[in-house]
Design a protein around this ligand. Sequence first.
Ligand SMILES: Cc1cc2nc3c(=O)[nH]c(=O)nc-3n(C[C@H](O)[C@H](O)[C@H](O)COP(=O)(O)O)c2cc1C
Length: 197
Amino acid sequence: MTTTQTASPLHALTSRRSVKFLRAPAPKQDELEQILQAAMSAPDHGALRPWRFVLIRGEAIGKLADVAIGAVKRSGDPRMTPEKEKSVREWMAAVPLFIAVAQKIAHDNTKIPEQEQLLATGAAAMNLLNAVHMLGYGAFWSTGMGTYVEDVQNALGLDSLDYRFLGYLAVGTPACAVPQATRPDFREFVTEWSGPV
Ligand SMILES: Cc1cc2nc3c(=O)[nH]c(=O)nc-3n(C[C@H](O)[C@H](O)[C@H](O)COP(=O)(O)O)c2cc1C
């Protein structure tokens, strides 16, 4: 049977695109629980479950903006101009939910290299993005908002000795229509190996 692109179950994956500008409503509580549960199906060598998620919503978003912008300014980052601060605050205030994503580092695991723990956490985050999209919402992975400033991750309860902070997923309802993305042809990225070169 021939299936059209939209009829294919894969359409749920191929139609996802990141949506930066979001507004309320966020996924309802039962939807959010389904989204978070989807992350638990990520591939995970050694069943370490290295992923950690911190939900930030409601008044906590304004507090996050204060913490992140303050820490970025203290770090001396010249990009945090007054104009940038204004736009970041406005953007954050419109987003109804942030999910901070972190890898809990299993330092003493001799079997599973840390990079595999990182990959498992990335795969879990990808499941979140896809689940958000499949439920009709939008999301955007950002490593702005002080992701690489130690004070910010510590303020989120992710102490930098034990956690690698990987940024935030902004989640909500797309603020405007989202046109389909143009994606590259997979053939540019694939080779076939038939034996030693
Ligand atoms: C780990 C990670 C961090 C990212 N951080 C940012 C960011 O800080 N700012 C930004 O504009 N895009 C960032 N992006 C890219 C966007 O989330 C998004 O993937 C990109 O705009 C392309 O959209 P698409 O997902 O529809 O292809 C990041 C992506 C990843 C995977």
